[in-house]
Write a protein that binds this ligand. Structure first.
Ligand SMILES: Nc1ncnc2c1ncn2[C@@H]1O[C@H](COP(=O)(O)OP(=O)(O)O)[C@@H](O)[C@H]1O
Ligand SMILES: [Mg+2]
Length: 152
């Protein structure tokens, strides 16, 4: 698996921005890792790369937040509260199949709804307070190419 070590919040934002610039309509990214691992921070960078001017907030209490003012719409989801089920009722395929980019935090709770092509990123904290290790797990050709581009 391809890995990147990011030694500050700004590096994580910059990586998100770089990936955001490479995304296309219908792309799905799933982010997992402990609370505070950097999933929402990464998504802020991604939004920057999509030219979204809005402030990205954690969607924990809303499950899905939509941002329509960028190069592509961004659907930012936090599935944390779906640990007891309910993912089937959200109509996720409509987001995954749309003209926008979907980013899902805590995607283990929506596993059954995922499309065949997606990019999983596993976020890990380290002994250093400001360092995170990201592991990339691409599914499909588009994301395999994208991961090669950003990890080289
Ligand atoms: N290298 C890093 N990458 C991302 N966040 C970092 C990093 N170093 C420190 N941080 C801090 O860790 C926290 C990550 O929080 P957040 O992105 O909300 O995590 P999550 O969404 O995974 O719960 C933020 O306060 C951020 O400033
Ligand atoms: Mg978060």
């Amino acid at each position: 698996m391809q890995k990147l070590t990011l030694e500050s919040r700004d590096e994580t934002i910059a990586l998100g921005e770089k990936i955001g610039r490479l995304l296309k309509a219908g792309d799905v990214l799933v982010l997992d890792g402990d609370l505070g691992a950097g999933k929402t921070t990464f998504t802020k960078g991604l939004a920057k790369g999509l030219d979204i001017p809005d402030l990205i907030k954690s969607p924990t209490f809303t499950i899905i937040r939509e941002y329509q003012d960028g190069r592509l719409p961004l659907y930012h989801m936090d599935a944390y509260r779906l640990e007891n089920g309910g993912a089937e009722d959200l109509g996720l395929e409509e987001y995954f199949d749309s003209d926008g980019v979907s980013v899902v935090e805590w995607a283990q709770f929506v596993e059954d709804e995922l499309p065949s092509d997606f990019l999983a990123i596993h976020f890990k904290r380290t002994d250093d307070e400001n360092t995170r290790v990201l592991e990339f797990e691409p599914h499909g050709e588009h994301f395999t190419t994208l991961v090669a581009q950003v990890t080289n």
